[in-house]
Design a protein around this ligand. Structure first.
Ligand SMILES: Nc1nc2c([nH]c(=O)n2[C@@H]2O[C@H](COP(=O)(O)OP(=O)(O)OP(=O)(O)O)[C@@H](O)[C@H]2O)c(=O)[nH]1
Length: 159
C-alpha cells in the first residue's frame, strides 16, 4: 500500500499532514539555541520576560543569527549577552534542530549541547532561569517549536 493510501490526517508513519503553504514566501528566521547541561545532566531553560512575544514560555538560551555571522559564534555571543557566561565554539556540539511554522515566520533553530563554560549563568535580560531534568521539561510551558526537542534531548542525553 502506498503511503498516501491512508484515511485521516496521518500517514503510515503516524506523521501529521503538512499544513498548506502560506500564499507568500514565509520569512525564514535562523535562531541558534543551546541545551546547557550541568554535571547532573540538568538543562538550563529561561522564561521569556513580559513584553516579549511568547512571554511566560520557557525556552533554551540563544537568539537570532546576525547577517554574516556564523551560527556557533552567534551562540557564544548570545550566551555572553543573556547569561554572562563564556564558552567557545569548540564546546558546542551540534545536537538537533527545530523547524516550525509560526504565523509570521518560519523558525529554523539548530540546537547545540554545551557542557563547558566559564562563569555562572545569571539572568541579564530580566529572564527567570531554571535548571531542569529533561524528564521534567514538560512541566514547563515551552513554545510550540520546542516541544519535539524534549523527546529528542531525552533520547540523546537521558532523563
Ligand atoms: N532562544 C530561543 N528562541 C526560541 C526558542 N523557541 C522558539 O520558538 N524561539 C523563538 O525564536 C526567536 C528567538 O529570537 P530572539 O530570542 O532573538 O528573539 P526575541 O523575541 O527575544 O527578540 P529580540 O532579542 O530581538 O528582542 C523568538 O521568536 C523565539 O520565540 C528557544 O528555545 N530558544
Amino acid at each position: 500500500m502506498a503511503a498516501t493510501d491512508t484515511a485521516g490526517d496521518e500517514d503510515l508513519y503516524g506523521c501529521a499532514a503538512a499544513p498548506a503553504l502560506p500564499a507568500g514566501p514565509a520569512k525564514l528566521l535562523l535562531v541558534v539555541a543551546v541545551a546547557l547541561l550541568d554535571v547532573d545532566n540538568r538543562v538550563l531553560i529561561a522564561k521569556r520576560p513580559e513584553g516579549k512575544a511568547m512571554a511566560g514560555l520557557w525556552e533554551f538560551p540563544g537568539g537570532k543569527v546576525a547577517p554574516g555571522e556564523r551560527p556557533e559564534a552567534a551562540l557564544v555571543r548570545e550566551l555572553h549577552e543573556e547569561l554572562g557566561i563564556d564558552t567557545s565554539t569548540s564546546c558546542l556540539a551540534p545536537a538537533t534542530f527545530a523547524s516550525h511554522a509560526y504565523p509570521d515566520f518560519h523558525l529554523l533553530m539548530p540546537v547545540y549541547v554545551c557542557r563547558q563554560w566559564r562563569g555562572t549563568p545569571t539572568p541579564r535580560e530580566g529572564q527567570e532561569l531554571a535548571w531542569v531534568r529533561i524528564s521534567k521539561l514538560r512541566d514547563y510551558p515551552m513554545p510550540p517549536a520546542d516541544l519535539p526537542l524534549i523527546a529528542m534531548l531525552r533520547d540523546m542525553i537521558g532523563g
